[in-house]
Design a protein around this ligand. Structure first.
Ligand code: NAP
Length: 237
């Protein structure tokens, strides 16, 4: 039987690459996005429209997955957004939007899948954090707080879920700068500076991140929990 993996924000960018890689490796994917997915066949992926920051919709969506499959093997909390501004210019709305999706969204989805994973005694949660959550970044107070908080929550969950001997693991992937729509609007000067500062001298690809997630979702990482895997070309050492 195929393993069931939920991927939030699977419509494009990193989330789509993660979903497609998991499908290529024999998983059945449930994509959770604001809009129905425009890719994938019903044999590969079930698309459920969910705003991950909406508790009621998240509960309904996870109940639907449990009723349909009776198991959830992997949850990838990938949905995320940025609303950048320098500290003095950051408004409450931009602060809250980023915290609601990046931090609360992961909290709600993980809280909703936890009972199923604990019941199975098995499961993997992979949270897509960011090197910005570890190292900070100018103009990203909200984003850095959300991703740093995600790392701290992941470590708490790694401890919490392993009580009673359950093999429920929680890890983070912290991407560096990856070529997606999120980074497409960076001024060329900034993206050139990033490449110069990165030891491996390039931006990352969505596949670079998907391969890390695949490893952390699989039994090949069965003794790894509570960790942060930086995939950033060596930018933050
Ligand atoms: P992206 O291209 O902007 O895609 C973001 C995804 O999140 C989209 O699928 C979007 O769905 C979904 N999403 C946004 N708000 C949502 C909500 N309320 N409910 C459900 N889904 C929602 O971003 P990306 O670059 O692939 O980034 C993916 C993850 O990697 C994010 O968590 C991001 O913070 C992290 N990351 C990215 C980079 C980078 O350099 N790109 C670096 C470090 C970390 P719609 O299509 O429906 O809008």
């Amino acid at each position: 039987m195929k393993r069931i993996a939920i991927v939030s924000g699977a419509s494009r960018g990193i989330g789509r690459a993660i979903a497609e890689t998991l499908i290529d490796h024999g998983y059945y994917v449930v994509g959770m996005d604001l809009e129905p997915l425009s890719w994938g066949s019903v044999e590969q992926v079930l698309s459920i429209s969910v705003d991950v920051s909406d508790r009621d919709r998240v509960s309904e969506a996870i109940a639907e997955v449990r009723a349909h499959f009776q198991r959830i093997d992997v949850l990838v909390n990938n949905a995320g957004l940025t609303r950048d501004a320098l500290l003095e210019n950051m408004c409450d709305e931009d602060w809250q939007a980023v915290i609601d999706v990046n931090l609360k969204g992961a909290f709600l989805l993980t809280q909703a899948v936890a009972p199923q994973m604990m019941e199975q005694g098995y499961g993997c949660v992979v949270n897509i954090a960011s090197i910005v959550g570890l190292d900070g970044n100018i103009g990203q107070s909200n984003y850095a707080a959300s991703k740093g908080g995600l790392v701290a929550m992941s470590r708490s969950w790694a401890k919490e879920f392993s009580r009673k001997g359950a093999q429920v693991r929680v890890n983070c992937v912290a991407p560096g700068f990856i070529e997606t729509e999120m980074t497409a609007n960076l001024p060329e000067k900034v993206s050139e500076q990033i490449k110069v500062r990165t030891p491996l001298k390039r931006m990352g690809s969505t596949d670079d991140i998907a391969q890390g997630v695949l490893f952390l979702a699989s039994d090949k990482s069965s003794f790894i929990t509570g960790q942060v895997l930086k995939i950033d070309g060596g930018l933050v050492l």
